[in-house]
Design a protein around this ligand. Sequence first.
Ligand code: MG
Length: 245
Amino acid sequence: MILQASAATDVGMRRRVNEDRYALVPDLGLYLVADGMGGHKAGQLASQLAAESAVRAAQALEGAPVSLAERLRQVVACANRDIFTMAQAQPEYSGMGTTMVAILAGEGRVALAHVGDSRAYLVRDGRIRPLTDDHSLVGELLRRNQITEEAAREHPHRHVLTRALGVRASVQGDLIEMSPRDGDVFAMMSDGLTNHVSDHEIAGAITNTDDLQQACNALVDFANDRGGDDNITVVLVRCEKAGVA
Ligand code: MG
């Protein structure tokens, strides 16, 4: 399998610090976005720890005799434990946490895990399909048909997460594994993008150009043009050639 990846991150128009983080590690087949939360520097630290810990864990698990999805589950568990341990040890970091959406590619397959409201989509043949459900209060309400899409966008607690990395001693991430096809694009992003840009517009930006970096930059510009209320991060991973070789 041959993958190509690009990323962009931006502080946005309102925030002073960027608490989002991404990692692209082609050698490990690991690509992720994390969106930290917590006072002072805690949010930044949480997303940084998530990325670093995930990379370390993926390295340690290379060649382990377990499925790709199981390896990714362990990567997420390690990141959770490292953030939680740091938050317990240092009062100023108490309660910090982060979202994480990550893919791990290998042996012709892609595993995807997520915790929180950072999202992943699959763009295939010009069509976009969500691969994640937001672990947020409004996400849960939407799935139970208890509020409308419009009400969700204006909801005062729309940023409240029902699951996050580092907040508890263990975490349950959502996990899937799939076989990608040639030309598939996996798009991972923080809520600073999806709060402003629709699924349809995300698909448009990706299918408009063959240049992944240009697509990433266009998406960030899109969110900033509409107010840039939050940090904005996007990672695009395209499957150039599917299969095991
Ligand atoms: Mg955010």
